[in-house]
Design a binder for this molecule. Sequence first.
Ligand code: HEM
Ligand code: HEM
Length: 177
Amino acid sequence: MRAANTTLWDPLVRLFHWSIALIFIANYFFNEAGDDWHQWLGYVAVAWLVVRSLWGFMGGKGAARWADFFPTPARLAVHTKALLRGEAYHRMGHSPLGALVMLLMMLGIFLLGVTGYMLEEVDYFWGEQWVEDVHEWIANSVMALVVVHVSAALFESYRLKENLPLSMITGKRRPLD
Ligand code: HEM
Ligand code: HEM
């Protein structure tokens, strides 16, 4: 018989996840000349990034901590080799490649806040075409990462026969066999 599912993602991690996911999608598709909603939602996402980053140093649960999953070159090498050999890689927490994509998405959303601020609030850059182009390019790059992220979550769910997106809602995951 299987052991009961264990709690992996604490409420702050889950609230952070679905907040930035919704904000990113909303701002990606609704950006009419950067209206007020677009700007404020963008800043809320940046505030979430700060909270989540601090939580990575002091969060109660191990899996929320940077030290638990930070994608060091050594960890990335182990994960990549396992993938190339077609071997399963299963751990209670972020995988190294998953964590790398996570960091890139977070960096991209942060830079959207910075370039958005430049476009709106800094006279020197106001209405500058190149800043708009950079803002748009970053938004498209984060969208590409989101596609990779969601595909990986679905693919790993299929491979592990476990609903990983559900774990980001309930916080629970099946313990390792
Ligand atoms: C749309 C924009 C999205 C963004 C920007 C995003 C970003 C992130 C980030 C930053 C994390 C790390 C969470 C943390 O430790 O705090 C994460 C984890 C996760 N996300 Fe997303 N996400 C998005 C959409 C989705 C969707 C639609 C799904 C489900 C299909 C999903 C499934 C997951 C899962 C399962 C994890 C945990 C991964 C693991 O087990 O290591 N995400 N996501
Ligand atoms: C999650 C964060 C954000 C995302 C995903 C996002 C995404 C986008 C996208 C896709 C566009 C359309 C680009 C184009 O086709 O020209 C856009 C435009 C714009 N964004 Fe953002 N953005 C974010 C945050 C912000 C923030 C924080 C601000 C300002 C405080 C901002 C200000 C603007 C402005 C002023 C435009 C209009 C540029 C124009 O006139 O075409 N954005 N954004």
